[in-house]
Structures are given as structure tokens and as C-alpha cells.
Design a protein around this ligand. Sequence first.
Ligand code: C2E
Ligand code: CA
Ligand code: CA
Length: 278
Amino acid sequence: KLHELLAKHEHTETKWLPPQNAKSYSLAEIQTGITLNQFEPYFQPKVSLSSGEIVGAAVLARWHHPQDGIIPPYAFIPHLEANRGINDLTFQILRKSAIAWRSLQRQGHEFTISVNLSLVSLDAPELADRITQIVRDQVIDPKHVVLEITESAAITDVLHALENLARLCMNGFALSIDDYGTGYSSLQQLTRVAFSELKIDQSFVKDLSENESSRIVVESCIDMAHKLSVSIVAEGVETLEDWDMLKRVGCDIAQGYLIAKPMNLSDFTAFLAEFDPT
Ligand code: C2E
Ligand code: CA
Ligand code: CA
């Protein structure tokens, strides 16, 4: 049954890249958009490879631009990260996804939401407290929230990053290492903090079935994760072949177009109502 369900979504697509003629936005334009509350969380299901159940939702930011439509992250994340402006976006996305989680929970759905957190933003000493406050303001226990730490640039302030991560962990958040296998080296040092999830980068998943070395990387990630009692997520799962292979090598959770693309809250709500692997 799950196979049939998934087969409907199966398709392949090249890895997401900014189109050559993509419009670019100034930092000021992006910040105005944040001030005007124009950024929205989109949700992509994370599914257990063993039970087929939806165990979580990855949150991906989209800019609802009044003239240009829906703008994906490549057009604003790098700008914000480079100019110390990412926190305002993080807070907006976190607040809106916490509100969404609450409404889905009222409808009887139980899972975690995974919000992206840029490693570069972790040098601000008060960050952990701000994040905790936003979640508590919605009367949500931080244990329902996974923070996916994304390493898009090397960081210098390892000490503050460690301090923030340790505090977030103490406050009950689950921490996830994103894009594992591709980042800079700083994230390695941060593995001293108690992470509970590891996300294998899409590039390894992509050619899992054809490329022997990708398969070895994936298998050793899974092996390491399990030895550390950390759950392991594969991203960019697009085909049934990927799904079967990941299941065979013992991966825990899958996320990708095979299951669904990122959706706005109303589409995601409808998806949850329909998705039944049993
Ligand atoms: P990510 O966190 O690794 O998210 C996965 C990306 O892969 C998303 O791209 C998602 O739409 C895409 N994806 C999911 N499944 C598939 C698949 O099967 N095939 C392919 N080809 N792609 C798939 P998106 O939404 O464009 O986001 C790109 C990146 O932007 C994210 O990568 C994340 O690092 C960053 N990002 C998104 N939202 C936020 C945010 O609120 N804060 C921060 N700091 N970064 C964010
Ligand atoms: Ca992520
Ligand atoms: Ca990732």
C-alpha cells in the first residue's frame, strides 16, 4: 500500500539551483519583506522508512512577494546570512511554524517540526533564550521542535555556538546536523553537543543506486549514527529505488519529492488527511 501511495509521487528532477535569470533582491528589500511579515513556512513530510508513518515536518521558508510571487530560499538566505540579518527571519519562521504545529496538533496530528538554524547565527549569546521564548509563547514544549543546524559557511566563534547549542539542548530542543558530509569542518567540532539526528545530504542520496562510493558514505553514516543512538534522515528521496535502497541499508527516515514537495499549511493539512500508509 505504501509503495502504491509513493509510486504516485515518484519523479526525478535535477538538484535545485538558482535559475540563471533569477531576479536578485537587495538586503533592504528582503528586510522590508520580513518587517511586513511576508515570509511563510512551507512543510515537507519526514516519513519513517520502517512504518511509513509521518514522523515530522521539515520547515522551509518561502517569501510571498507581493509582485513576484513565491520566492525560494536561495534568493534571500545567503544575503541574510552574510549580513547578520538571518535571525529576524528565523524568529518569524519559527513563530509561524509553532502556530501551525499547534493547529495541527489540535486536529490530532502528532509529530515534530524541524526548523533550520544557520550556524553563523549562533554567535549571538542571547539566541538560545530568544528561540526558547518564541516556542514557549505558543505553549509548545521544545521537545516537539527539531533545530536543523545548517553550515553554509565556516564559523569563527565556536565557543558561543557551543554555548547556544548546549543551552538549546538543555531547554529540551532536539538538535539535528544538516547536510551531513558536505559542510565545513566547524560542525565536526560541534558534535560534542548532544545531537539527536543526522541528515545525509541529498548529493549522496541522489546517486546511491549507481555510485559505489556514495553508498559507502551513506552506509558508514548510518552505522555511525546508530552507534551514537542518533536517528538518521535521508533527504532528496525522489524514487522508489532510493526508498528501497535506503530501507535496505537501515536508514530511519526519508524526506523528498517521492513523498511530497514542500507545501503551504493548507496543502499540508490536506496531505496529512489523505496520507495513510496502512
Ligand atoms: P535544506 O534544509 O537541506 O532543505 C532541503 C531542500 O531540498 C529544500 O530546498 C527542499 O525543497 C529540497 N528538496 C526536498 N526534497 C527534494 C527532492 O526530493 N529533490 C530535490 N531536488 N530537492 C528536494 P529549498 O526549500 O529551496 O531550501 C534550500 C535551503 O535553504 C535549505 O536546504 C536550507 O538550508 C535553507 N533554508 C530554507 N529555509 C530556511 C530557513 O528558514 N532558515 C535557514 N537558515 N535556512 C533555510
Ligand atoms: Ca534543513
Ligand atoms: Ca539538508
